[in-house]
Ligand binder design. Sequence first.
Ligand SMILES: *Cc1c(COP(=O)(O)O)cnc(C)c1O
Length: 250
Amino acid sequence: MDDRTAMRAHDGAGQGGQGLEGRIDAILARIDAAAERAGRAPADVTILLATKTRTADEILAAVTALRERGRRVAVGENRMQEAAKHEDPRLLALDIPRHVIGRLQTNKAKDAVAFASVIHSVDRDDLIEALERRCALADVQRDVMVQVNTSGEESKAGYAPDIEAVRGALERIRATERLRCIGLMTIGANTAEETAVRASLSRLRELRDELGEVEVRELSMGMSGDLEIAVEEGATIVRLGSAVFGPREA
Ligand SMILES: *Cc1c(COP(=O)(O)O)cnc(C)c1O
């Protein structure tokens, strides 16, 4: 069985009525095996739960199960209109780091700054300006990540996957007073071909290494379908939805 076939087999298992804890144990085994193959410590990989369409109850159960297993957890929301569910007092009591991972309209910058401590999906200059303005108005600072379109797919957002474009974004962020760039983010190539997926993920690591900025060290990459490859290629944050919560309806 090659890696991709193995992944599909895992996904199938996830849909076979297995409960949340079973899915989480399966995911952690996949992450740990990939980390071991790459000579990395599994604890260096933060598990970010992609919470779009999920309820506070589902999020609570997943965070609790992951923490019981000693994992570092964050939540990532795409849709600012779903921010309210994260205000559930049981979730607030857990003090979970909140990230924004989805494409962000500039008119949602205010909501993103209010919601999250880290914004991954910084994909264009006018968003940098909007976030800076909103941080100044709220008198806060935020960590951000530069989204890079390493697959080159037209449907995907992000700066071009070349060092000049990424350095340009970094310099714009550095010129702000309120934003600090802590890493790079990408969405892997949307294909069953492992070589292309791996290339789109390793490119992000190469760009980070080429930047050579000590502060810019996080690599947000890897979703339910490509998390092994992402961990092998150096992901420090994997963004998981369906592999943890089960198939998504909306
Ligand atoms: C939904 C989403 C994920 C998680 O996707 P799954 O395939 O369900 O794991 C990761 N990143 C982003 C930006 C997302 O929107």
